[in-house]
Design a protein around this ligand. Structure first.
Ligand code: 8YV
Length: 317
């Protein structure tokens, strides 16, 4: 019987990661292989675990190429890039890395809200471009404290965002597929009604087909010419064409974005707008949180190797 193998689709960027993975498995570092398809075909009967990430496509075709696959261990809380339903239909466990990134993602959501409302990106350029004292005075921004915040997707990250909003004395309401009870925030069954009520909308839903295009032109227009939308979820949740159109027409006031429909491509029109703040999918990208995410991937692999069960199992879809 050959040594069980791990098919690792990406580096984990931690010096100790390979050592821990090698404790129980022969590790195939796929990104180093000249002919990945040949390696997969040659080793397919050894591979029991795939290590992947929230932004690394892990399709049904790959899952079907691995007849002995028992677990997919992903770095990241989102799993829309993994065909989880197909994996689960074959009895394959899928693990992600929830909770350890809630604070950093919520911090960045609020950072984007403050940056967009107070025009921090524009202000930085204004100073660096020597406009201060020479050009027109810097334009006024929008107050954040005591305003109305709508959260789309009140899961664990959404709740962390709400806690931050409470610290800014904001009125908080949310939209979910179903109402949550025992929490101090108002529920809006209609996303349009939430957008009409709110000064700011923060998108914190899961990605994937169930939320694709959820925030469409109608929602963005309901948020309105003084409204700001922030997205730390997935680019697929906002209709990006509608976003560009409503920002260009002035029907939407501003946007703070960490995620985009086809990363790393970002619509050029957004890059020309002073009422838009753009960052490159960095919500969980801190030393502390990325280490915690990597450690949780490794814990999931170790747990599968020693007990046959992963730790943070993605629930049945
Ligand atoms: C990272 C994310 O892109 O956790 C997610 O779902 O999108 C981000 O944290 C991901 O973890 C890949 O490293």
């Amino acid at each position: 019987m050959s040594t069980p193998a791990i098919l690792q689709l990406l580096p984990l960027n931690a010096p100790y990661a390979q050592e821990r993975l090698s404790k129980h498995f022969d590790v195939i570092e796929l990104w180093k292989e000249a002919d990945p398809k040949a390696v997969i075909a040659q080793r397919k009967n050894d591979i029991q675990v795939v290590v992947t990430s929230a932004m690394t496509p892990t399709p049904a075709s790959l899952i079907d190429d691995l007849p002995q696959l028992k677990a997919i261990c992903s770095q990241g809380v989102g799993y829309d890039a993994i065909d989880v339903k197909h994996a689960q239909s074959k009895g394959i466990q899928v693990s992600n890395t929830p909770d350890v990134l809630n604070d950093c993602v919520a911090d960045l959501a609020f950072g984007l809200l403050l940056a967009t409302a107070r025009k921090l990106g524009h202000a930085e350029r204004y100073v660096r471009d020597h406009q201060w004292g020479t050009g027109a005075p810097f334009p006024l921004g929008v107050k954040v404290s005591h305003k109305k915040l709508g959260i789309v997707g009140l899961g664990r990250i959404g709740m962390a965002i709400a806690q931050r909003a409470a610290g800014f004395d904001m009125d908080i309401r949310y939209h979910n597929r179903s109402e949550r009870f025992g929490i101090p925030y108002g529920y809006e069954a209609s996303l349009i009604d939430l957008a009409s009520w709110a000064d700011f909308l923060i998108i914190a839903t899961v990605g994937g087909d169930s939320t694709r295009g959820l925030v469409n032109a109608e929602v963005l227009k309901a948020l309105g010419p003084n409204g700001i939308v922030v997205n730390i979820s997935r680019g697929s949740v906002i209709d990006e064409t509608a976003l560009v159109k409503t920002l260009t027409s002035g029907e939407l006031g501003g946007a703070g974005l960490d995620v985009y429909e086809t990363e790393p491509q970002v619509p050029d029109a957004l890059k020309t707008m002073d009422n838009v703040v753009l960052v490159p999918h960095i919500a969980s990208a801190t030393n502390e949180t990325r280490k915690a995410m990597i450690d949780l991937v490794l814990d999931n692999v170790d747990s599968y190797a020693t007990t046959g069960k992963v730790v943070t199992l993605v629930p049945a879809l």
